[in-house]
Design a protein around this ligand. Structure first.
Ligand code: ATP
Ligand code: MG
Length: 334
């Protein structure tokens, strides 16, 4: 099992797909929790169907055999490249995995199952147990989990919890760091060179200062710069559109935490000015909300924000995991 972790837009999904392609892996299916607006035990079947459709479309000569195997799965209907779940049941996914294992067996290859934003799938009862079952009993099936809500992913993996289904099963962890300043500049420069554009160094520096080493934002900046020919406009568009996305994510997080909303926002505001140590952050929050918090309360707020990857720890300090959170806070203030 391989686990790919990293903040949003860092390039996890790209890394997984590029890695599979470079290794010539033919049999792989990607189940992406973000295929549906909200993952629940109902919509998860939609995710499964879409993942299988993509696998069928990609599998060329192997497709026929694969289609036959999948068509035989009870509760699944396959017509051409279209896959539908006709009867929802908790065993359906297990039967699909068995069919995919058989397909792999026939070719002597591995079948790689990618669960993207895997932490979201933890809401589906039995998901962790299913993964443990695949891990233990389907040797040909290899698992790749990717996710941005790092704390939730750890929980799914059962880190530190002997009662969790996946506890104690070794896996390879790939943690994707941000690009350094130099790497970010090199990344933009290479992109502009490929496009045959001479782009002033000072523009690229400003973009990196504002967007940090997050490939997704840098790519978007490069694209808008190419499309509009204007540095200012490109930067503004990334910040605007990016902030909308991040704001939606933050609002979703806060929607389930109405009581402490002000506290979470105040904590993020503290970090908007720059990284802080644990005790600096606690003091800052207490000042902002004008009351003192006990250690357990404060720790809980901080842990939640880290679990959902709004905040990350760098050395001894805590900082905003995404530079765009700063813009979001500014927008929410006005
Ligand atoms: N190494 C890279 N080279 C070029 N472009 C990249 C690279 N890594 C990521 N990108 C681009 O950055 C964007 C974000 O990447 P990707 O979707 O893989 O990130 P992610 O971590 O899966 O994001 P999310 O958390 O939103 O799912 C994509 O448009 C992708 O094409
Ligand atoms: Mg992704």
């Amino acid at each position: 099992m391989i686990v790919v972790k990293g903040v949003r837009r860092i390039g996890k999904s790209s890394l997984v797909r590029v890695g599979l392609r470079l290794h010539g892996v033919k049999l792989y299916a990607v189940f992406d929790a973000r295929t549906v607006p909200l993952l629940t035990s109902d919509t998860v079947y939609e995710v499964v169907a879409r993942g299988l459709e993509e696998l069928l479309r990609r599998s060329g000569g192997l497709g026929r055999h694969l289609r036959e195997l999948l068509a035989r799965v009870e509760g699944l209907s396959v017509a051409g490249f279209e896959v539908r779940v006709t009867r929802r049941s908790p065993d359906l996914v297990l039967r699909v995995v068995e069919a995919l294992d058989k397909a792999a067996e026939a070719t002597g290859e591995h079948m790689v199952l990618v669960f993207d934003e895997a932490q979201d799938m933890a809401v589906v009862p039995g998901f962790a147990r299913l993964l443990a079952h695949i891990y233990d009993y389907h040797q040909r099936v290899k698992l790749v989990l990717a996710g941005s809500e790092v704390g939730l992913l750890d929980r799914l993996l059962g880190r530190g919890n002997p009662r969790a289904p996946l506890y104690g099963r070794p896996y390879l962890e790939i943690e994707m760091p941000r690009l350094s300043r130099e790497e970010s500049l090199g990344f933009l420069e290479q992109g502009f060179t490929e496009l045959g554009l001479e782009w002033p160094r000072a523009y690229m520096e400003e973009a990196v200062d504002r967007l940090d080493g997050i490939p997704g934002w840098l790519t978007a900046y490069g694209y808008y710069a190419y499309a509009t020919g204007s540095h200012r406009e490109a930067l503004e568009r990334v910040l605007e559109e990016g902030a909308s996305l991040v704001q939606a994510e933050l609002e979703r997080f806060l929607a389930n935490r109405l009581q402490a909303r002000t506290r979470y926002l105040a904590l993020l505001e503290c970090l908007a000015a720059g990284p802080l140590t644990w005790s600096e952050l606690k003091t800052c929050l207490e000042t902002r909300i004008a009351r003192s918090l006990n250690k357990a309360q404060f720790t809980r707020y901080l842990r939640e924000l880290r679990d959902y990857s709004f905040v990350e720890k760098a050395g001894r300090e805590y900082r905003l995991a995404d530079p765009l959170i700063r813009y979001v806070l500014r927008r929410m203030r006005t």
